[in-house]
Write a protein that binds this ligand. Structure first.
Ligand code: GTP
Ligand code: MG
Length: 490
């Protein structure tokens, strides 16, 4: 549900105006909000109070379904009288999700640190491969990364060997030749083995080197002590780089994409659905695919399918890697969605959709934006968007899938309880906290099985939300031209 606050030029004049809880704030017509601090410092306390009272007399608060166009709604109301100022705000859960995203996103400094570590590793690798590059991929750069996530890197030799080099490199170009080996995979394994050795012997601050060369995607794992980053170095992994760019593009189409992915990732972690340790858990990458799929299936869709992104592509966007079509348009050509659903509604949809999804028969496919019959019997089948014969969630077993479905159903149920959507008392968690800390959920609820105590990570998340409790603030976000003024409370 969206709330719209309108301040009339004269006295309140709309006949079916709804006086309700909530706060109002002045906003400049169709422009930026006034900086309240600057504007009010010069005023006396009583003058300010009087002004606020007078504003309130001229203000109405209207709640309306999210499928009503703001523009039309505003036009309709304007026909009853001049509207001086107006603002929109969404529910508390929306605001909490944006807060989670803001508090947990990788900071600018941390991003720089990640690129710096890549550069240091490049200096080591350059002993064998002069002019190679080490590029970060995955959540460090796809806009879905949380502080503390691992640093995925790949050794890029292709960009200097001339095969995929689009830059003009001057008169000379360099090409590496490997001794004849059985396969490209074997060449990748030996390259990584040598570089892993160098990192172990010579790279300052790099400890705990593990060569995991028999994995589907061979890698060298180590910890970079000075930055505190856990690093995974791969080679010959251009498709992962391309899927990183795809996620980055999706994250920029609409601000709800990023906030929902962050929220779902936090939720999954708090429920013990995901883990740092590799195993049969659902990964963050698979969860992201699930959120994207849901957003493609909304009516109207919030994001396009991958096939639609490919159809929009122009010649310079064409990209084929090892015969896999990795073509898609860059995001500045993608039109914003007309969908106006709130994050709260989308979160609810996520839990209901996946709480009832026919996982035993159907697969998830962001290329088509449609579920399809599973080609094989893995409990969870999420088609790899580029290597279409592969399942990105092949590692997930039936137990882990059932855990996910049970948690989704429980969370859908919790979200349906009206009482948890806004603060009712100081002691009970509400909104997102009720999902992240379900043990503290209203004791009057149905009998639920006992859960694990909250992890330290979730406690700190709640602390960061609490820190905003006094901020009955006016937060202006860019959201496809929409403005929101939200009250953050605990
Ligand atoms: P976190 O590290 O958990 O924050 O997320 P992440 O997105 O970085 O995931 P991860 O480190 O597991 O993988 C890094 C990147 O590799 C992902 O973002 C994807 O681009 C790619 N990737 C991961 N798993 C798969 C997979 O099963 N198939 C394919 N094609 N790519 C994958
Ligand atoms: Mg990662």
């Amino acid at each position: 549900m969206w709330w719209r606050g309108f301040e009339a030029a004269g006295r309140r004049c709309f006949s079916r105006a709804h006086r309700s809880w909530g706060k109002t704030a002045p906003a400049v017509d169709g422009g930026e909000e006034i900086d309240l601090t600057e504007k009010t410092t010069a005023k006396t306390f009583s003058a300010l109070q009087a002004e606020r009272h007078e504003q309130a007399e001229r203000t109405i608060l209207i709640s309306c379904p999210s499928n009503i166009s703001e523009k039309k709604f505003y036009k309709y109301l304007s026909s009853y009288g001049t509207i001086n100022k107006y603002f929109f705000y969404e529910g508390f859960i929306d605001e909490q999700l944006y807060t989670v995203c803001k508090e947990y996103q990788i900071t600018e400094e941390n991003t720089r640190l990640r690129f710096l570590v890549c550069s240091l590793v490049k200096d080591i690798a350059a002993a064998y491969f002069p002019e190679c590059s080490i590029r970060p991929f995955g959540s460090s750069v796809n806009n879905f990364g949380k502080m503390g996530c691992d640093l995925d890197m790949f050794l890029d030799l292709d960009s200097i060997s001339g095969r995929n080099n689009t830059k003009t490199g001057g008169v000379f170009s360099m090409e590496y030749e490997t001794k004849r080996v059985a396969s490209e995979r074997v060449a990748t394994q030996s390259t990584l083995s040598v570089i892993g050795e160098c990192i172990d012997q010579f790279a300052p601050g790099c400890t705990g080197i593990q060569k995991i060369l028999n994995a589907r995607c061979p890698l060298v794992r180590f910890s970079h002590q000075p930055s505190g980053l856990q690093c995974d170095l791969t080679a010959n992994n251009r498709i992962a780089m391309r899927s990183t760019e795809l996620l980055y593009i999706y994250s920029n189409i609409d601000p709800r994409v990023r906030a929902l992915v962050f929220g779902v990732r936090c939720w999954a972690r708090s429920q013990g659905i995901t883990s740092n340790i590799p195993g049969s858990w659902i990964t963050n990458f698979s969860l992201t695919m699930m959120v994207l799929f849901l957003l493609q299936k909304r009516n109207p869709p919030i994001i396009p399918t991958l096939d639609q992104l490919r159809d929009l592509a122009e010649a310079e966007d064409k990209y084929v890697i090892e015969s896999h079509d990795c073509t898609f348009v860059s995001n500045n050509k993608i039109k914003p969605s007309q969908n106006t659903e709130t994050l709260e509604e989308l979160l609810q949809e996520f839990f209901e959709f996946y709480g009832n999804f026919a996982f035993n028969q159907m697969s998830i496919n962001i290329r088509k934006g449609k579920e399809q019959h599973k080609p094989e019997a893995s409990p969870l089948y999420i088609q790899n968007p580029f290597e279409q014969a592969l399942n990105v969630s092949k590692n997930v077993n039936q137990t882990q899938l059932e855990k996910f479905v049970t948690s989704a159903r429980e969370s859908a149920w919790i979200l349906q309880q009206e009482g948890i959507k806004r603060p009712m008392s100081n002691t009970k968690p509400w909104g997102l906290a009720a999902l992240l800390l379900p043990t503290m959920q209203s004791s009057g609820g149905k009998s639920k099985k006992k859960r694990q105590p909250a992890s330290e990570r979730i406690k700190s998340l709640l602390d960061s939300l609490k820190a905003n409790k006094e901020t009955t603030g006016y937060l202006n976000r860019s959201n496809g031209g929409r403005r929101h003024i939200c009250t953050v409370a605990w």
